[in-house]
Structures are given as C-alpha cells and as structure tokens.
Ligand binder design. Structure first.
Ligand code: ADP
Length: 271
C-alpha cells in the first residue's frame, strides 16, 4: 500500500506549540488509477500517431512529386484513405469507451426476442462471412427472451462475431448458441450466449489480458483486419452494464469460445 501522510503543526492562541496533527490516507487505489490513466493516454497517443505518420509520409511523397506513375500514386492514395479510416475508427472507439467508463451512458431496456435479434445480426454479418466462405450458424430457441438495451447488445454481439470472422481462416465456422440457466434461491435467472469459432485461437498466456484496452495478440494481424484493440474492452463494459459476465476459452489452432451470461430481468438490479 502507498500511504500519504500530511502533518499540520498546531499552535495555541498565544503562539506556543501545542502539537502535531497527522492525517494518514491510503492512496494505493488513487495512485493505481492515476497510473492507468497516464498509461492510457500514452497508448492512445501512440495508436493515433501510427496512422497519422503514414498519412503524412505518403502525402509528402506525393506533394514533392516523388511518384511519376499513376498506378503507384493511386496505391499511395489508397493507403492514405485506409489510414484515415483507421483514425476515424480509433477516435470513435476511444470516445465510446470513455463514455461507457465514465458511466455517462443511459441504459434503455426492453424485452428482446433472442432468435429474431440474432437473425438481424447474422443478416448484417452474412456478407463479410461469405467473403471468407465462413459458415455462420445460429442455434437459438424461439422461446428465449431477455431484458436488455438492444443497441448495446447488438454492439456486443456484432463485435464478438466480427472478431470470430476476422480471426478464423477461410472455410471455417462461427456458431452462436443460447440457453437458459435457472437461478438458485438468491440468484437471477440468466441466459448464457456462446459465440464459438474454429479460428486461430488465443495463446493461454494472452487470455487473461485480451479484455484490456489496446491489448492484441498479434498487432500486425489486428491492424491488417482493421482492428483497434478496443473492441473487447467495450464489449466487457457493455456486458457489465447489463449486470452480466463474460469469459473466454480458447485453444491455439482449434478455436475460441466467448461466453456471455446476462440476467433475464433487469429491473431487480436497477433498484
Ligand atoms: P481488435 O480490434 O484487435 O480485434 P479486440 O479488443 O476486439 O481488438 O480483441 C483483442 C485481441 O484479442 C485481438 O487483437 C486478437 O488478438 C484477440 N482476439 C479477439 N477475438 C478473437 C477470436 N475470436 N479469435 C482469436 N483471437 C481473438
């Protein structure tokens, strides 16, 4: 622990010495938060600088007329465009995360029919999956409902399914399943949703860290697929806002499963 000590000398009204008053405060948590904050700022700056350096460098080369053929010039422009897009995504994710972390988000709960909910999501993701010839299967019973914020739940599952598609080789498989877990005496009924893929997997040593901001197993691969390294931190926060839990199980070369447990009802938690 880090203890901060402040001392004040106390004097009598006539100016004579009366004693010292000490104030001890455990500032371990405050220090830890300060350190996390400054690490985050350093990471953000680094992440923003990388695409910006590419934009600047390629623009400069074009500006000084260092490229004579049209084809190369076009490829430089494409890089500049892609890197600007990346900056845009990064800034969007950073703003989103800071909004969620400062608890400035309003939850808007409504009953959600899970199988229709996942139909809409898979419809959205189908094209991306088909490009890589990845089978996207949803096995969710018609009877399952839960209370949640639909936009935020969509953000959770779009993120998880995109990751699964991103980190799975051509011809692989992504599967979404859901089941009800009846709660005990003092526990709410929960729904467990699993997003499982037959992808590249995550090494055991990286598993505990993948929900951290900007943590990536393979930076180059994540960048190449347009990742910002913030997706899973956003997902974890959104699951926790729903009073749920997320966990992961994975084996390199076999695939990964992300398990999300969400309470069926929210009002009880809100009180
Ligand atoms: P990114 O934008 O890099 O995908 P995320 O926060 O979504 O960032 O994920 C963090 C890291 O976890 C990824 O860079 C990747 O290394 C790993 N990861 C996430 N999902 C999967 C998955 N389904 N299969 C393999 N690795 C994954």
């Amino acid at each position: 622990s880090i203890i901060r000590m402040d001392g004040v000398t106390m004097v009598q009204e006539d100016g004579s010495y009366r004693g010292m008053l000490f104030h001890l405060q455990d500032v371990t948590d405050i220090r830890r938060l300060e350190r996390m904050r400054s690490e985050f700022v350093a990471n953000v700056s680094h992440e923003l600088k990388t695409p910006l350096a590419a934009v600047k460098g390629f623009t400069e080369t074009l500006l000084v007329g260092g490229v004579s053929d049209e084809k190369t010039a076009r490829s430089f422009l494409q890089i500049i465009y892609d890197e600007s897009e990346r900056l845009n995504r990064l800034i969007g994710d950073i703003l989103e995360l800071s909004k969620i972390e400062s608890k400035r988000i309003q939850m808007d709960y409504s009953p959600i029919h899970l199988s229709s909910f996942f139909d809409t999501i898979t419809e959205m993701m189908r094209a991306v999956a088909e490009k890589k010839r990845i089978t996207l299967d949803v096995d969710v019973s018609e009877e399952l409902f839960l209370e949640g914020d639909e936009d935020k739940l969509r953000q959770i599952f779009v993120n998880l399914i995109s990751n699964s598609v991103n980190y799975t080789q051509e011809g692989g498989k992504v599967e979404v399943t859901a089941r009800e877990i009846p709660g005990g005496d003092n526990q709410d009924d929960m729904i467990e949703i699993v997003v499982k893929d037959s992808g590249i997997g995550i090494p055991k040593k990286d598993l505990p860290r993948i929900f951290e901001r900007f943590y990536r197993v393979d930076k180059a691969r994540s960048r190449g697929s347009g990742g910002t390294g913030l997706g899973l931190s956003i997902v974890k926060h959104l699951v926790e806002q729903h009073h749920g839990r997320i966990s992961v199980d994975s084996e390199v070369g076999v695939g990964s499963s992300f398990m999300i447990e969400l309470p069926i009802l929210q009002e009880m938690n809100e009180m």
